[in-house]
Design a protein around this ligand. Sequence first.
Ligand code: AHR
Length: 516
Amino acid sequence: MAAKVNVSLFVPEKLGTIDPLIYGHFSEHIGGVIYDGIWVGENSHIPNINGFRKDLVEKFRAIKPSVLRWPGGCFAEIYNWRDGIGPKEERPIIRNWWIGDDGRYETNEFGTHEFIEFCRLVGAEPYIAANITSMTPMDIRDWIDYCNSPAGTTTMARLREKNGHKEPFNVKYWGVGNETWGGGGNMTPEVYGHEFRKYSVIMRNSASNLCLIGSGANHNDWKWARDFLNVVENSDRNMGGFSLHFYCGTQGTATEFTENQYYRLLRQAADIKSAIDRNWGFVVGYGLEKHGRLVIDEWGCWHKGGSGPSADLINNNRQAAANNPNRVENLFEQQSTMRDAVVAALSLNIFNNNPEKILMTTVAQTVNNLHSLFLAGDGYMICTPTYHVFDMMKYHQGAKALRIISDAGEITYNNPENGREERIERLSLSASEKDGVITVTAANLSYNDELHFDLKAYGVKLQDVCEYELLTSDDVHHHNTPEEPEKVKLSKGILNVNDEIIIPPYSVATLRMKSI
Ligand code: AHR
């Protein structure tokens, strides 16, 4: 079926600036993210730049990753930064946080210097999540000192120079713990409130102009946010970011799902809007908005494991796997279909439409883990459909968000978990303007219907010619594999903005238009 939708774009109304940091990423020492994914080592047969997988660096850089969060996640809470500096051969091998799940040890080949170098290679700001459960405030102070003190000043700055980097790394963004309600210390909100006060005062004392990010709630756990901020309230008014983690998933598998499971996953993803509103309400309620905004530093789809190429490799070639006892399926590696691409566009549209509330978001995770942009192993490196969404939406970074609405209405479906009728919007939209160019991103959430999109812009006269990028496929389950790396790929073209624009079901389109 085809449905006609009228879309109205109100150019004079600016909703705020879309912080480039909204287009950020997360890379943890878990499964195949760092080792095999980003880092292959200088002596690898895989083409690399100083040990970093070359094709991944190039592809990643192209989509302008604004910020990269590291080293975890849960891993951050057992990470001793001193293990990851100095000569590689002297760095200790430790038990990874996730060793119980995938048997991997941490070699510490990739440490602070490698992280900063990778950030510089791809053009991202570094964001370090500090360990506050198994390191002291003084240890974190030393880490900040090591990263940020001017050349030749402190003992830590000299140690950095001895390890090959004279100039400071100038890391501005520091997380004060991770998921402190769970893996990060299993704290109550009140206990974390006191820990935050303690660590943040020492961290701030270690360098100027730091942006400290408090570890916030999971999903809609507003009570946690309230009780934590209640303790923090009268002390640290300089919390630059208040974090929120939001995953959606377990609707079928990554690659096999029904129509109702498709819609249910999208509905879960769309609920991030209410989590943003609630958490923002507390930020404002406690008067913290003058200094900080929300940081959604883990978001994306979390499907059942076992759908990625590393699982295929082991399942299809047990002999090879048996010959290599170190070859394990990457923990939380999953395939990414057109459904995940639509979730990514829907989420980024929501972030674009709330620029005054959101400082930063980092999707989980860059490669071989959860809602990845890349899947990489020995002999392959592929981009997922989600990669293309980040590519086609990069133009919104730093642009002024505009109001855009449609009469597309809602779709009704049955929640597969309880049979109840639920609804989801048919069309997800966001728009922005930068340097005289207007960018509109439209995700058609329908499973069946193509949308005939009639765009009217108010308060501006547009040139007739418009650039068009479309991510679509014949089947919503389609995804890229090492054998078919471009089954889902971006198409680009030019069209007349006055013509009807057709967006196929479960597809994402970006329009780029200039005013006269
Ligand atoms: O992203 C994987 C894990 O999910 C992270 O380590 C943790 O913070 C979250 O629970």
